[in-house]
Ligand binder design. Structure first.
Ligand code: 26Q
Length: 744
């Protein structure tokens, strides 16, 4: 955009440091005005991203950076007596939960940066992901009023509103367009539901509790609400540009389904064509089959979405009918293609009285992809084996990536300048250029240590101010930040810390380098065990941090309200990235990539994208431990006895027992005993193999601690990670989607 214009306009604004909200809105509006002077229209050929989550984070700094005016803004504001850091008070746009939502945000960023037309569609939730506080160490959820300071980065488009009909209500979907800046300006279009109090509920909360019938219905409405509005938008544009020959729909448009939550779009698009444009069902089905593409993000059985057909019939009768017709068509088609009866049943769209959304997506899409090499192998072999057998050409891998603009340039200006000074600035335009850093690793290791130290100090200052915990600047920073889930094994890290603590108490670790373990995670509000793990770690933190014998050597901190903005500080500061999921369970992970870019070594299992990370980073630059996915699979099929491990290993036994021996207090909830039971009792005790991998984990953590003593050698390992991180840029990922699936 025109920087001079921006500067002139910004200088004209009456701003002062006492009204941060006013200043925030004024600057943002100036930037929007200047940037949108020449916005491109939707082109003839484009891709659409349907996602129930967008975890955008704070738009302010990122947008000013993308527009190339962050420095101008900073100095003009300084002249007016405003510190640009003051806007850190502005809330994150947290319209998402975790990986899948943040991936959507990185993809939008990359597509815009590369000049590729990718249009996002989703829901403009009034409240985003809850704000987390701790009360006596327990997670407490508070509403996230993300628009508290206004929403100057969106434009409400009343004239493009649409009516969305359910059997029992009609609602208006009002689009809010959020421009995504880059080489081209793309749009994230978020719909808000209006008209009545009932209607407004649809876009009120991200993931409303769905443990009741009412909650489930609300969620179904959400899924239909935004996909129906988006489909109509796409059809209107198509008809305007290409007429009503829907045979060509997929030639010009791909709709990428971010997991199964937007899968009702398949039925809705058929409904629009058949009901509004008199297309035959068969032709409409063919058209959608050429249009949709499905990305799977998780293989956890509890996350594979199914809907009660009776419920769909009640709320969306026409959609129910179309799903039944698709199911029928699929059965006939597959019988002709030679599927066995069992295969037809296994892949069926409707099984029993349930619509199986993943099966619907796989059947009606031209492309199905996983998000890391291992994950794609698993979905081909174990999740959709039959469809893979008959249509292997549909399947492909698209290893995730993250945007280096937010996750390196913006969050780590210090490292970015060091890179500039070492290899020049071209890597900023083409991230594959970062590879050149490899030649200079030895020369800049000392400078890197200074940069890391500075980022750590900034983070620790922030933690001191927000959490009230004091961390010595020179501690090694081990970080595990991600959603709280049993498969991610934060509990295993907790046990590992306790083992290390006990060893320190017994004087067994002679030359231990002072270390801090940092956690950040939110738990789903109704996920009892995940919440118990948060409380358990907070208890450990309290005990360990208060122990004067060890607290110069070991600290534990669980930060409150981990979010995108917190992540920006943490990934820049960390020395060690903890990625310790049970092998085979983490589809990809993307936090692992952010840490890698910022020069942290990975301490992890061979799971998700970790496998590719260690391949790229080079021998010896990361730390891998634990059972492989294959071992886990064979252990799962019989013969794993956590009890045996527990009985035979005294140290392990002792730390597990802290859950039940009164060391820590769960305030009479029984939560800790429940965790204990999950490891040793029931049908498949220790389902996530925490006890199995614990010892090798502790050993690996101690090896890292030992290696860190040679600070320069360790810094070289860290820098090797940065230098080899180009593959994990979402620019690379998006180019692959564009080339292989979207054909744009
Ligand atoms: C399912 C059924 C009913 C209600 C909700 C859901 C549901 C909601 C959210 C299922 C899954 C999700 C989110 C999944 C997710 O975030 N997956 C992560 O996606 C990342 C991007 O591909 C990967 O890097 C992570 O490994 C993966 O866990």
């Amino acid at each position: 955009m025109n920087r001079r214009l921006f500067s002139e306009e910004l200088k004209k604004e009456q701003l002062d440091g006492t009204d941060i909200v006013g200043a925030y809105n004024a600057i943002s509006s100036v930037a929007m005005r200047c940037a949108l002077k020449n916005k491109p229209n939707m082109p003839r050929h484009c891709a659409h991203y349907f996602s129930i989550e967008y975890l955008m984070g704070r738009g302010f700094y990122n947008n000013l950076m993308e527009l190339g005016v962050l420095h101008e803004a900073s100095s003009i504001l300084a002249e007016k007596g405003i510190d640009i850091n003051a806007f850190e008070e502005v809330e994150d746009a947290a319209l998402g939960n975790g990986g899948l939502g943040r991936l959507a945000a990185c993809f939008l960023d990359s597509a815009a940066a590369l000049g590729l037309p990718l249009y996002g569609y989703g829901i403009r939730y009034k409240y985003g992901l809850f704000k987390q506080d701790f009360e006596n160490g327990f997670q407490k959820e508070l509403p996230d009023d993300w628009q508290r300071f206004g929403d100057p980065w969106s434009i409400r488009k009343d004239d493009e509103s649409m009516t969305i009909s359910f059997a029992d209500m009609v609602v208006t979907a009002v689009p809010y367009d959020m421009p995504v800046f880059g080489k081209r300006i793309n749009i994230l279009r978020l719909y808000q539901a209006e008209d009545s109090a009932e209607a407004e509920k649809i876009s009120e909360y991200l993931y409303p509790a769905d443990d009741t019938e009412e909650g489930k219905i609300l969620r179904l409405r959400q899924e239909y609400f935004f996909t129906a509005a988006a489909c109509r938008d796409i059809v209107q544009n198509f008809v305007r540009l290409h007429g009503t020959n829907f045979k060509n729909l997929g030639k010009y448009n791909t709709i990428q389904l971010n997991d199964t939550h937007p899968v009702l779009a398949i039925a809705e698009l058929i409904r629009i064509m058949t009901a509004e444009y008199a297309v035959s069902f068969k032709a409409a089905l063919d058209a959608v089959k050429g249009t949709f593409a499905y990305t799977n993000h998780t293989i956890l059985p509890e996350a594979l979405e199914c809907w009660d057909m009776g419920m769909i019939e009640r709320i969306l009768p026409e959609i129910a009918q179309i799903i039944s017709k698709i199911d029928g068509a699929a059965r006939i088609e597959r019988e002709k293609a030679g599927y066995s009866a069992a295969e037809i049943e296994e892949t069926a769209v409707i099984r029993g009285d349930k619509a199986h959304m993943a099966n619907l997506a796989v059947y009606a899409s031209k492309s199905v992809n996983g998000v890391a090499k291992l994950h794609t192998e698993i979905i081909e072999r174990d999740v959709f084996p039959t469809e893979y057998k008959y249509h292997p050409e549909k399947f492909s891998n698209k290893t995730n990536g993250v945007t280096q603009r937010r996750w390196l340039m913006l969050c780590n200006g210090e490292l970015s300048s060091l890179i500039d000074k070492t290899i020049g600035r071209e890597w900023r335009n083409d991230f594959t250029g970062i590879f050149a850093l490899k030649e200079s690793i030895g020369d800049i290791a000392e400078k890197f240590i200074v940069v890391k130290g500075r980022k750590k100090k900034q983070l620790f200052d922030y933690i001191r101010a927000t959490e009230g915990i004091d961390i010595p600047d020179d501690m090694i920073l081990y970080a595990q930040v991600k959603r709280l889930h049993e498969y991610k094994r934060q509990l295993m890290t907790a046990f590992a810390i306790l083992e290390i603590y006990n060893k320190l108490k017994r004087g067994e670790l002679k030359d231990f380098q002072p270390s801090v373990f940092l956690f950040g995670a939110k738990s789903a509000p109704s996920y009892r065990r995940a919440k118990a793990i948060i409380k358990f770690i907070n208890c450990i933190a309290e005990k360990v941090n208060a122990d004067e014998q060890t607290n110069g050597l070991l600290k534990v901190v669980f930060v409150r309200n981990y979010n995108v903005s917190y992540a920006e500080k943490i990934v820049a500061a960390a020395d060690v990235s903890l990625q310790v999921s049970t092998a085979g369970f983490e589809a990809s992970g993307t936090g692992n990539m952010k840490f890698m870019m910022n020069g942290a070594v990975t301490c992890g299992t061979l799971d998700g994208a970790n496998i590719e990370i260690v391949d790229y980073a080079g021998e010896g630059n990361n730390y891998i431990f634990g059972a492989t996915a294959e071992e886990i699979k064979s252990l799962s099929s019989g013969g794993y006895s956590p009890q045996k491990i527990y009985d035979e290993d005294e140290e392990l036994h002792a730390v597990v027992d802290t859950l039940i021996d009164g060391t820590f207090d769960d305030c009479g909830t029984g939560d800790f005993a429940d965790l204990y039971d999950s490891l040793l009792k029931g049908e498949s005790p220790d389902y996530y193999f925490v006890l199995y991998d614990l010892n090798s984990y502790v050993e690996t953590l101690l090896t890292i601690n030992e290696d860190y003593k040679n600070r320069v050698e360790f810094a070289k390992k860290q820098l090797s990670n940065t230098a080899n991180s180009a593959y994990f840029s979402s620019d690379r990922t998006i180019k692959e989607y564009a080339r292989d699936i979207w054909k744009i």
